[in-house]
Design a protein around this ligand. Sequence first.
Ligand SMILES: [Zn+2]
Length: 219
Amino acid sequence: MTESTVSTFVRDLAPAYRAADETAAGGAHEGAELVSAEDGIRALLRAIGEDPDRDGLQDTPGRVVRAFAEYCSGYAQDPVAVLRKTFSEVSGYQGLVILTDIDFVSHCEHHLAPIVGKAHVAYLPSTAVVGISKLARVVDAYARRLQIQERMTAQIAQCIEVGLAPRAVGVVIDAEHGCMTLRGVNKRAPRLRTQAFSGELATDPQMQQRFFDAIAASS
Ligand SMILES: [Zn+2]
């Protein structure tokens, strides 16, 4: 991949990358904000016709707020730093590195409903490779935010691009969206596939097919 290809790729993704991070308020908050968040959940319970003071619901607002702090703990993580810490020399390795079926749970920013799926990541190393657990951590850090699947796909690809400067990157995500299945829009739980490619994975159909074959073989 040429430098200009990389910079174009990064520039194209940058607005989405910033949109997610600028709205992130820097991780979990404390004190007055947590109390007002719990008040918000109580108001929601009243709005759906519940009594937030009945026995079974008294601790629910606190639980919901703590759960969402966990679901959204990725805002406090720096995924690019995860990759920078652990790179090593490729020692002549020339092939694609493919990691399939990275399970994740995210939440959609439109309904706060769960997005449950698998991410598949491939890259063609230039000078650096990274432990596979680090790729899974990158996926997790972006999943634990309010997301749309398209942006999450682009962010993971951009992170690997920036962190490893590889010759090519591919990210494919297959996921079910709770806002469709839970609301009865479609009971058969269709899966949405999104993908982002750069470098030779964007331009070489055979290389791309090897990645798709690996995904198909694993699922
Ligand atoms: Zn949604």
